[in-house]
Design a protein around this ligand. Structure first.
Ligand SMILES: CC(C)(COP(=O)(O)OP(=O)(O)OC[C@H]1O[C@@H](n2cnc3c(N)ncnc32)[C@H](O)[C@@H]1OP(=O)(O)O)[C@@H](O)C(=O)NCCC(=O)NCCS
Length: 178
């Protein structure tokens, strides 16, 4: 069993093209499969520019195999009470070894350490059909102690993203008291 203990990516890594290419490539590869059918062709989950910004802001944590990034998560404090994570991805070649679990636990520890005892996440979910990846996530987060607390249409929260969707979707919000 490997040690995938996550760490925050140093903000200076925002200037490392190899790190940014790997991060954006990993997220886009993983989400292309996990969100297949939700987006029009050509809509990528992220860009090199976005991961550079998030890295510079100290919001990206990674799990590595040696120096190779095999998982990542974005940790964002949206307000003073709830922290939020997103852009969670594990390399498909290394699934089921605890990378996802370690990244979520890392995000939760950081939230607690910064005095935010509530963690939040959103699952983009098709409104009128079930997506196997989203069903898996809903079950997994529930097993991790998250409760479904709300649902809102994408067009309400992220109007710029709505036209890129191939099917109507909601953002289902989950929260956990840490
Ligand atoms: C969610 C994700 C990060 C989990 O990564 P991971 O490294 O496999 O996670 P873990 O090894 O900690 O396993 C997490 C759970 O998945 C289950 N699992 C992992 N691989 C599996 C597989 N091939 N088949 C069935 N279940 C599997 C594990 O049993 C575990 O469940 P448990 O905690 O109840 O035992 C990964 O599946 C992923 O990148 N998914 C696509 C992106 C995504 O949907 N992100 C979340 C957006 S909110």
């Amino acid at each position: 069993m490997h040690d995938f203990r996550p760490s925050l990516l140093p903000s200076g890594a925002h200037a490392d093209p190899a790190v940014l290419a790997r991060l954006s490539g990993l997220v886009n590869e993983v989400y292309a499969e996990a969100e297949s059918g939700l987006w029009h062709a050509g809509a990528a989950r992220t860009t090199v520019e976005e991961v550079a910004e998030l890295t510079a802001a100290g919001q990206i944590a990674v799990a590595c195999l040696g120096t190779y990034i095999v998982g990542c998560v974005r940790i964002r404090p949206p307000d003073h009470r709830a922290a939020e994570f997103g852009m969670l991805a594990a390399d498909p070649a290394h699934r089921g070894h605890g990378i996802g679990h370690e990244l979520v636990a890392f995000a939760e520890r950081r939230a607690l350490d910064s005095g935010r005892p509530v963690m939040q996440l959103e699952i983009l979910t098709p409104r009128s059909w079930t997506h196997p990846s989203k069903e898996f996530l809903a079950g997994w987060y529930t097993r991790l102690g998250y409760l479904r607390t709300g649902v809102s249409p994408v067009e309400g929260s992220y109007p710029a993203l709505a036209p890129l969707l191939a099917t109507p979707c909601d953002l289902v919000v989950y929260r956990k008291r840490l």
